[in-house]
Design a protein around this ligand. Structure first.
Ligand SMILES: [Zn+2]
Ligand SMILES: [Zn+2]
Length: 336
């Protein structure tokens, strides 16, 4: 495990709401946020950071900087089941007796901890179908087997965090909105009087797209619908899973829509001349080259675009038993 670059940090955003910034070991994603909401002398903790050696000390340090303690936590709410958002939930709940609430479609996030071999096999199969050479897959598998899960222990949610559930706090009631796309289990929390949005990874300050592939029929379509759902809330301030709180929530939602549309367009152009694998399409969607470091993120993203284009009748899938190739539906039409 590399040395931790930074320590946990806490700061008050407004009275009764604190940002706890926690370090992550991921290149390009150095921090995540947990949010502490005052509630009747205790704290509702939204998201937890991931589990690593020393990670609880960091969470405690962040709490301590704002005059709070992990022991104040009465309820843990997770925006989604990615490790950086719920990895320490079991540790916090064990210590405080707090309940943990999460959306029931959390299998995508639990699988890596409950059955790592099956979860890895699933990722390798995505790579194989995408056209990744066998040697690169073997290197990936070797690295993946050595990586800790980031999850202290799998605990089942005490309550299903579905649309309409509300969470009490001193700032008022927060309502749950289901926002699948980034992850099948994703939810946002909205406080209507103050127009505050806890946006998780659905809408981030610095626009960055990630989608879990293979758990739901159409992550891109789901994401676009979720953007509409959140846009209608007319939030004023977003408290996101990474980065600083930000204003102009609508502008950020528009930015996400634009980037999805650009990448869908680029994906369609990439298959305009003939069948291509996800490995061949992916470099057309990004300014930086595809590498072993980003392939685990970018290939599923590409597959999500192709799946969306397939469902909307714009591309066809040509499986040849070994790899999947995608081709523009128009080419196939005109050649018939
Ligand atoms: Zn996430
Ligand atoms: Zn995240």
């Amino acid at each position: 495990m590399p040395r931790r670059r930074e320590l946990g940090r806490g700061e008050r955003v407004i009275p009764g709401l604190w940002r706890l910034r926690l370090a992550l070991p991921f290149p390009g994603v150095p921090h995540c946020n947990a949010w502490a909401l005052a509630c009747d002398g205790g704290i509702v903790l939204v998201d937890t950071g991931m589990d690593e050696p020393g990670s609880m000390t960091e969470l405690e340090r962040a709490f301590d900087q704002v005059g709070l303690s992990v022991d104040d936590v009465r309820l843990v709410v997770c925006t989604h089941a990615h490790v950086d958002h719920w990895g320490q939930a079991a540790t916090v709940c064990d210590r405080t007796g707090a309940q943990m609430w999460m959306h029931p479609n959390h299998e995508h996030g639990f699988a890596g901890a409950t059955d790592p071999a099956v979860a890895l096999a699933r990722r390798l199969e995505i790579g194989r179908q995408s056209g990744v050479p066998r040697a690169a897959l073997e290197r990936y598998a070797e690295r993946a087997r050595e990586m800790p899960s980031g999850i202290a222990r799998v605990i089942d949610p005490d309550r299903a965090l579905v649309a309409g559930v509300s969470i009490e706090s001193d700032l008022g009631q927060w309502t749950v909105y289901e926002t699948p796309g980034h992850a099948p289990s994703h939810v946002c929390l909205f406080q209507p009087e103050r127009r505050l949005l806890i946006s998780g990874d659905h809408v981030l300050g610095r626009i960055s797209l990630y989608f879990d592939y293979g758990w739901t029929p159409d992550p891109i379509g789901e994401f676009l619908e979720s953007l509409d759902r959140v846009d209608r809330l007319d939030a004023r301030l977003a408290l996101s899973g990474h980065g600083k709180p930000f204003l102009d929530v609508h502008g950020h939602i528009e930015g996400n829509r634009r980037l999805v549309a650009e990448r869908l367009g680029a994906a369609l152009r990439a298959v305009a001349d003939g069948p291509r694998t996800a490995l061949e399409i992916t470099p057309c969607l990004h300014d930086e080259p595809l590498s072993e470091a980003n392939a685990g993120w970018w290939l599923p993203e590409t597959l999500c675009y192709m799946r969306h284009l397939e469902l909307t009748g714009r591309v066809l899938r040509e499986p040849d038993g070994q790899v999947e190739r995608w081709v523009a539906a128009e080419i196939v039409d005109s050649s018939n």
